[in-house]
Design a protein around this ligand. Structure first.
Ligand code: HEC
Length: 382
């Protein structure tokens, strides 16, 4: 018999079944759809990592645990395992190079039904032993428990190793090398960068989150390397589908607009704008070819949306993985400047607008920071 169980989320990875055969667990991420500003990223409004539980007979709806903490998020949740006694759940996060351990005991885990929170439940941050993080380095992927219920094995893709974790003590006990090269090749170093979420703002995601396994996760994002982002409630206007990176060196020009004629610049912009990592350095600029780079590609938003005091509720009602526009349309959407109407040298004009936040929220939960658009679009290259 086949039963399709509906959950929210994308990039579904390892599935673990509990010893009684009652629940299945899967590590995944959720696309929230907002522009990749630092403010949005840190609220969990761009992407977030989840552990999702389903009842295998379909008798209950799915439940989630959000894995991200503000300031130190989780990225690329991949492996899932449950101990034979059902007490410990493990999730590996390849992008943040760690394994998270959740323990039930007298106190249950705070699952959220039919939806998910933006961030990890605050009660798990009290150090009561229910939630711990074990640094592994590399890129931990699939997980498996030994029959003793406390020894956890993690396959580490970038470490070329199998790691042994003491899940009771939450410590890395051993790393068993599998005989990889002592000096990583250039391609391997590139892979390490590609999977490294610490290159993004507060380690929320890696290149691999969107360009999954070097391909595409098939979703839309409002990244900034086309020089504009949409902070209005109509934020859908500026979203782009993630292109595949397979054989990308052969598919110039790059980005959907086709204005990016340097692949190297495209990659650097991905680090600085999609990932909101550290700014471009002079060394990076020297390496790329100035003639192929539109000068506006360096324009960064001059103003950030102000902090909002309360995040939107994302889990109150069953929600699809795609954000929905709120019921009330924006009252003062900015008129979008045409591509050529803004001089490259001029500062990005900023138009104050009412940015109504979020998708999944019920009508009353949104707070409206006054935001500005970063409206300077790159001109086409000659
Ligand atoms: C939040 C999702 C996201 C992340 C993270 C991300 N990208 Fe992208 N990437 C996109 C989207 C969306 C586009 C299309 C942008 C456009 O057309 O303006 C894109 C475009 C590209 C392109 C141009 C491809 C083509 O065929 O035109 C390259 C190259 C690229 N990304 C590399 C990277 C690298 C390297 C990283 C990590 C440093 C990265 N991306 C991180 C979403 C993402």
């Amino acid at each position: 018999m086949t039963l399709a169980l509906e959950i929210e989320g994308d990039n579904l990875r390892q599935v673990a079944i509990d010893p009684d055969g009652r629940y299945g667990y899967v590590a995944s991420m959720k696309n929230r759809g907002f522009a990749t500003t630092r403010n949005n990223i840190d609220q969990g409004w761009v992407v977030g990592q989840r552990l999702t539980r389903v009842t295998l007979d379909g008798s209950e709806s799915y439940a989630t645990l959000s894995l991200d903490t503000r300031g130190q998020a989780a990225a690329d949740a991949h492996g899932a395992a449950i101990s034979p006694d059902g007490r410990i759940l493990a999730v590996s996060c390849g992008g943040t190079h760690e394994v998270m351990l959740f323990r039930t005991g007298p106190r249950k885990l705070p699952w959220r039904f039919e939806g998910s929170r933006d961030l990890i439940p605050v009660e798990l941050l009290n150090n009561d032993g229910r939630y711990r993080r074990v640094a592994t380095g590399g890129r931990p992927t699939e997980l498996a428990f030994a029959p003793d219920g406390k020894t956890l094995y993690a396959a580490n893709y970038l470490g070329d190793s199998v790691q042994v974790i003491d899940a009771e003590e939450a410590t890395l006990a051993r790393t068993i090398a599998l005989g990889g090269p002592s000096e990583p090749s250039l391609a391997r170093r590139g892979e390490a960068l590609f999977h490294d979420a610490t290159k993004s703002f507060n380690q929320w995601y890696s290149c691999n989150t969107c360009h999954s396994d070097g391909h595409t996760n098939g979703l839309d994002f409002d990244t900034l390397n086309d020089g504009r982002q949409d902070l209005t409630s109509l934020h859908l206007r500026s979203r782009k589908k993630v292109p595949t990176l397979r054989r990308v060196a052969l598919t110039r020009p790059w980005t959907w607009h086709g204005w990016q004629t340097s692949l190297e610049d495209s990659v650097i912009e991905s680090f600085t704008k999609s990932m909101q990592g550290p700014p471009r350095t002079p060394a990076m600029s020297r390496r790329s070819s100035p003639s192929s780079r539109p000068s506006t590609s360096r324009a960064t938003p001059t103003a950030r949306p102000t902090e909002v005091s309360r995040p939107p509720r994302s889990g109150a009602s069953p929600c699809s993985a795609r954000p929905r526009p709120p019921a009330t349309p924006a009252t003062a959407a900015p008129s979008s400047p045409t591509a050529r109407s803004i001089s490259r040298a001029s500062k990005s004009p900023t138009t104050p607008i009412a940015a109504i936040i979020p998708p999944h929220s019920g009508a009353s939960t949104t707070r409206t920071p006054t935001s500005t658009t970063a409206a300077a679009r790159p001109s086409r290259t000659p």
